[in-house]
Write a new protein. Structure first.
Length: 178
């Protein structure tokens, strides 16, 4: 059975975006990006909310010519994976291998996990919060950036208790670069 994995780069105070919706402070350097690529390598399907999809669809058409190998690698990983976007308002997608679902259905996710040949990533803190509340998440990868932003969009759902087990930790030499 495939695992459902939520990965996010968050501030030390637990935010994926600041109060202005900005997240440039979380831009990974090559070391962190290579680590993220390795985390993403086993992913066969990405589950996104509309806003996260609109951010990530950049990887569909970006020219990686002349870019560092880690960016070319990530673009290829993203392009070859299936994508499911959960949105009530998005009319059409602008990437290959992508479909829209109007409602997040925990039973459909359970069926997807049973049927999938590769792991599944869930992106966007709100969608991941629904998965966490439904008991669907198998792994949570939080990459903490040593900054506090004081408010914004939380990386984790409020009012959801989940007992977790720390299975690994890693410190990067340089960390993400602002």
């Amino acid at each position: 059975m495939a695992k459902l994995i939520y990965s996010a780069i968050a501030s030390l105070d637990g935010y994926v975006e600041d109060e202005h919706g900005q997240f440039g402070w979380a831009r990974p350097d090559e070391e962190v990006h290579a680590f993220v690529n390795d985390l993403e390598r086993p992913i066969g399907t990405y589950l996104y909310g509309r806003r996260m999809y609109e951010t990530m669809v950049f990887w569909e058409t970006v020219s990686t010519s002349g870019e560092p190998a880690v960016l070319r690698d990530y673009a290829e990983l993203w392009r070859t994976a299936d994508k499911i976007v959960y949105s009530r308002t998005l009319e059409e997608v602008s990437s290959a291998r992508t479909r829209i679902e109007r409602e997040f259905d925990p039973d459909a996710i359970r069926a997807l996990k049973r049927a999938a040949a590769a792991d599944i990533s869930i992106g966007g803190s709100e969608l991941a919060g629904q998965a966490l509340a439904a008991g669907l998440l198998d792994e949570l990868h939080l990459l903490l950036y040593p900054i506090t932003v004081g408010g914004g969009k939380s990386a984790l759902a409020h009012h959801v208790r989940s007992d977790l087990e720390l299975i690994d930790e890693r410190r990067f030499q340089s960390g993400p670069t602002p």
